[in-house]
Design a protein around this ligand. Sequence first.
Ligand code: NAP
Length: 371
Amino acid sequence: MKRIFKWLFRIVLILLIVAFLFVFIAYWRSTNDCNRLGTAPQNPMKAIVYCDYGLGNVRLDQIEKPVPKDDEVLVRVRAASVNPYDWHFVEGTPYVMRAMGVGLRKPKDIRLGVDFAGTVEAVGKNVTQFKPGDEVFGGRGGAFAEYVCRRATGAIALKPASLTFEQAASVNIAGITALQAVRDKGKVQPGQKVLINGASGGVGTFAVQIAKSFGADVTGVCSTRNADLVRSLGADHVIDYTKEDFAKNDQRYDVILDNVPNHSLSEIRHSLTPNGKYVMIGGGGPNDNRWVGPFGRVIHTLVLSPFIGQKMGMMMAQPSTQDLTLLAEMVQSGKLKTVIDRTYKSLSEVPDAIRYLEEGHARGKVVITVE
Ligand SMILES: NC(=O)c1ccc[n+]([C@@H]2O[C@H](COP(=O)([O-])OP(=O)(O)OC[C@H]3O[C@@H](n4cnc5c(N)ncnc54)[C@H](OP(=O)(O)O)[C@@H]3O)[C@@H](O)[C@H]2O)c1
């Protein structure tokens, strides 16, 4: 027995040393395209880049203007919007993200931003859906730039004429997340009681309106200063979280959409009907666990779900042309409006915009005009 334990100990030790060496080498080999920034681009455009993690490393630089492939459109970006997604990438948190391909020591992709609206400048030879001059909106990594290339069949759609570029740029991530949370994960039905925690932020302002358009009885949770806004978006009831805790009253909801998971799962279960659904959308923001972020809570919901009547789980929004088009139609028909908190006037202000969003109290969306 003693010899077996000795050998087992040696094997585990060797495995640990190999794993440590592997992570150490991968960490120091982790690099990105920043060395190319030293050489002057032949056809330059301005773009936001970050060579290392941290908001202090986010800056405006000149990089090569992209050329559309056969199935892509080249869009002159006129406006972009900021999402919590962006600061997760800037900070490289939760750290587990870095090991999942984002870059261990440095960000692999040095570009930032996703949501954009702009004008099609050129199209690849196989593109039939768009033509130069079309006004479009959608999502594509690297949207904090003067130009972006997007596959024509990807998350890009014609911009509703009634929307400004700034309004259209605010739709993609927040609107699609809200739509898929209400329709696909919450499966909201007319007459159901739906609670939206974090009703005044980017996702929440869309979710309130979409849940209402599905015929739900909507309760929005926000702070005092946002109560009127949330009511004006159609919420039937508003709970001011500075005065009342929704998890401590006797009201039960069929669906809870949670942008701010600041209640324990047992508190959430208390506020759900016996067959209710809990859709976890957000993590805990900058105060979340820096190593695993919301994943601990996700695992908790997975472990709990098979043993209870209520359905609990996290959603991950999926890019979708159909959903973008549907959102555009809802905006065009007046069923949905965009709420913009602040508009920053140039790409150079992207770090300020991300800093503001990171504070966690944006009222609707934060947008950048790309001059
Ligand atoms: N799962 C996905 O696919 C997916 C997609 C998009 C976003 N997300 C996540 O969803 C979350 C929300 O995104 P977002 O774009 O809506 O963020 P956001 O715009 O930054 O949300 C800010 C809002 O949160 C509200 N808030 C802060 N503390 C609150 C509290 N204790 N109770 C209720 N509301 C509170 C603020 O209202 P007050 O100013 O009134 O406090 C503010 O209006 C983020 O964690 C984001 O990472 C997930």
